[in-house]
Ligand binder design. Structure first.
Ligand SMILES: Nc1nc2c(c(=O)[nH]1)N[C@H]1C(S)=C(S)[C@@H](COP(=O)(O)OP(=O)(O)OC[C@H]3O[C@@H](n4cnc5c(=O)[nH]c(N)nc54)[C@H](O)[C@@H]3O)O[C@H]1N2
Ligand SMILES: Nc1nc2c(c(=O)[nH]1)N[C@H]1C(S)=C(S)[C@@H](COP(=O)(O)OP(=O)(O)OC[C@H]3O[C@@H](n4cnc5c(=O)[nH]c(N)nc54)[C@H](O)[C@@H]3O)O[C@H]1N2
Ligand SMILES: [Mo]
Length: 656
């Protein structure tokens, strides 16, 4: 039997897959050939998804902690015992501190609207209890907010239109590792390709040209390129007059960014800036693929806001194959309010920021966080400021429930661990963020042991707590129907995927001057915000690993083997200044924390920059990962994380 499903991972591609089932077991998993983006191919990680499903490490029964927090010692209990204990603890906490003392901490382990997605699954239950809201700030919020200021939406081009582009700028994005399916459209276009990245990534290696700006200086580079375009008189006057607001003011700002000044800020030579500006000036359509990487900086929101102005100056927004693609999420017409039902909240409640977990667990009062539900997240591995996250999770008075597949670094701090189903075992719906397809995930097999879908876990918990609101008991199919009212759900279910119609971009006028930004207390005019980490030392970028998906797959034996030891890449000049040779064990440290790695001396990073892949498990690497060095600091817009805006010292181990 073949069953159509959807990859649930946090990746732009949102693949459609086919599960082969024999005797009730999933025996094969491959990309759906019919899906125009998946085109039959998965990726180096998801090709091993069934190893994860059948892994002996998988958690298949409820567990209760018997050791100290963090030790990872648990005993098996029944679902009845688990539900009783959780219900009793929650009732006590709500009575004493109020519902806001409960924090449902959702991660991106599954992008399914029913079983995961940053705050949707189980939210009805938490609303009924008046629990704190969870702001998913960890991934892409700065860029989305910045784009909305310029475009009215964060949903940009349809990436399938890259096939019509003549010039493609791959800006702060590494699709060959972090979502490779878009690359086929780039290749099919035959366009001239330029990578803009402080690191010569897998993607940069394959492009016609690579510019390596200093991290966090992209908005200045964009302004400098627009300067060159305007100096040539190549701006699109008709587009500017008809479709934009604030061009005279913005033109003034563009004029400040001469190639010389831009070179001084970005570290990119004047002649390269001029040459690329000239190339953009003469090439229609020009498309930009920018993704989350470049906005993990103090000025990351402004970077996307200003980058989206470039196709406004050239008029590319009006040409098929021109414009910018960041995330397509804004194009979907999903009825999220009907799914999450915030109207069930008894009163307005506070919002806790995902990336401020250390602060929320250690400093927040009125009320303090007393109960934490971790749902499809691994904050010990993925959040900033690992030491403080661990300190917060170690609090004896904090009641922590972790819904998981695997014994992660975070699960080790749970009071109760609940076994969750994996994708072939539950119903779900995915809306890709790197293309315009909805993908349906039909359950293919029965779950192992006593694993339950997140939805079912919260239905049972609601019942155990005696909650009477009928909406808490809607089935998964009912939830899907409520979410997908605008779409032909029967067709979606039959085909496994459905292409949606995009909304117009910009939604009305492109705003160089944004009243919304001004109202939020930001510069009314698009511009450049410099990086903020005040430390000296090298800027450490911790971008996507080719072999892990955040910390997911972090314990897969073959992927761990292929990823090798944790490494930190450092430029030969920076290495010799520190007495470091290729292969040396080094310590990477700053005032927040440190981790150990093997030095990889290479000119694939520019001087002043170091790089290490994200996604390692602390328990495999001496108790700390790169996230021990990252600050719990907000980016300019939306309170996003600043993973790549991070200064560190790198020193050889004393023994070498
Ligand atoms: N294999 C794999 N795929 C993944 C993930 C993974 O962990 N592994 N993660 C998934 C998730 S959650 C997301 S959000 C996406 C993210 O995918 P991407 O947007 O590709 O994000 P990153 O990998 O963080 O960074 C991409 C590139 O940006 C560069 N970069 C960093 N700072 C700057 C800067 O200031 N300017 C410029 N121009 N470039 C900069 C990095 O060197 C890196 O090569 O990928 C998803 N796909
Ligand atoms: N240093 C550094 N850190 C980063 C980043 C970076 O660029 N650099 N990028 C950040 C980004 S972009 C993101 S999105 C975050 C992601 O951070 P997290 O949201 O913490 O994502 P993961 O680390 O993948 O952990 C997800 C967990 O969910 C579990 N899971 C998967 N599916 C399900 C399910 O259906 N049910 C349940 N109950 N559990 C499930 C998986 O087993 C896994 O342990 O990490 C961030 N961390
Ligand atoms: Mo992300």
């Amino acid at each position: 039997m073949k069953v159509l499903g959807a990859c649930p991972l946090d990746c732009p591609d949102g693949c459609s897959w086919v599960v082969d089932v024999a005797d009730g077991t999933a025996v094969g998993l491959r990309g759906n050939k019919e899906h125009p983006v998946t085109r039959g191919a998965l990726c180096v990680k998801v090709n091993r998804y069934l190893e994860q499903v059948h892994s002996p490490e998988r958690i298949t029964h409820p567990l209760r902690r018997v050791g100290r927090k963090g030790e990872g010692r648990f005993e098996r209990i029944t679902w009845d015992e688990a539900l009783d204990e959780i219900a009793t603890r929650l009732t006590g906490i709500v009575d004493e501190y109020g519902g806001e003392a409960i924090w449902p901490f959702h991660g991106t382990g599954s992008l399914g609207y029913l079983q995961g997605l940053e705050g949707f699954s189980g939210r009805r239950f938490f609303n009924a209890l008046g629990a704190s809201l969870h702001d998913p700030t960890i991934c892409s919020i700065a860029g989305s907010t910045g784009l909305k200021y310029t475009l009215g939406t964060s949903g940009g081009m349809d990436p399938e239109d890259f096939t019509r582009s003549k010039l493609i700028l791959l800006w702060g994005t590494n699709p060959l590792s972090s979502g490779h399916h878009v690359w086929k459209f780039v290749q099919d276009s035959g366009a001239y390709t330029v990578a803009i990245d402080p690191v010569r990534s897998r993607t940069a290696e394959r492009c016609d040209e690579h510019l390596a700006p200093l991290p966090g200086t992209d908005a200045a580079l964009a302004l400098g390129l627009m300067h060159v375009i305007v100096s040539l008189g190549a701006e699109d006057g008709a587009f500017l007059a008809a479709h934009t607001e604030g061009w005279p003011e913005f033109r003034g700002r563009v004029e400040e960014y001469t190639p010389e000044r831009t070179a001084a800020i970005t570290g990119v030579p004047v002649e390269r800036i001029v040459a690329l500006g000239e190339r953009i000036a003469r090439t229609r359509p020009t498309a930009i693929r920018a993704s989350q990487g470049m906005q993990r900086h103090a000025g990351g929101g402004m970077a996307l806001r200003t980058l989206a102005c470039l196709p406004g100056v050239t008029g590319d927004w009006a040409i098929p194959g021109g414009g910018l693609h960041y995330s397509t999420s804004g194009h979907f017409r999903l009825d999220v309010p009907a799914l999450v039902r915030f109207d069930l909240l008894p009163n307005p409640v506070r919002t806790l920021s995902m990336t401020r977990m250390g602060e929320a667990l250690l400093e927040t009062t009125a009320p303090p966080v007393k109960a934490l539900f971790v749902i499809a997240a691994n904050p010990v591995g993925s959040n900033p400021d690992q030491r403080r996250v661990i300190e917060g999770l170690s609090r004896e008075d904090l009641f922590t429930v972790v819904l998981e597949h695997f014994p992660t670094d975070t699960a080790d701090y749970a009071d109760i661990v609940l076994p969750a189903t994996m994708q072939p075992e539950h119903l779900d719906v995915i809306a890709a963020y790197g293309n315009l397809y909805l993908v349906w995930n039909e359950p293919a097999v029965a779950p192992p042991g006593e694993c339950l879908p997140t939805t079912e876990t919260f239905r049972r918990l609601a019942e155990r707590m005696g909650l009477t609101e009928p909406a808490l008991y809607d089935s998964d199919e009912e939830l899907a129907n409520q979410l997908l009212k605008q779409y032909d759900i029967d067709r979606l279910r039959a085909d496994g995927f459905l292409k949606i119609d995009p909304r117009p971009v910009p939604t009305d006028k492109l705003r160089f001057v944004s009243p919304r930004a001004a109202a939020a207390g930001h510069d009314p005019l698009a511009g450049y915000t410099p990086p903020a980490d005040p430390g000296d030392g090298l800027v450490l970028i911790s971008a996507a690993s080719h072999y892990f998906l955040n910390t997911t797959f972090g314990s897969n034996p073959e992927l761990r083997r292929r990823a090798g030891e944790p490494t930190v890449m450092i430029h030969p000049d920076d290495a010799s200044a520190r007495g470091i040779s290729d292969g040396d064990p080094v310590t990477v440290a700053n005032e927040r924390g440190s981790f150990d790695a093997i030095a990889e001396v290479s000119d694939a990073v520019r001087p002043g920059v170091a790089a290490t892949p994200k996604g390692r498990w602390a328990k495999h690497t001496g108790g700390a990962t790169v996230n021990a060095t990252i600050a719990e600091r907000d980016s300019d817009f939306g309170g996003g994380a600043v993973f790549h805006d991070n200064r560190v010292q790198i020193t050889p181990h004393p023994s070498t």
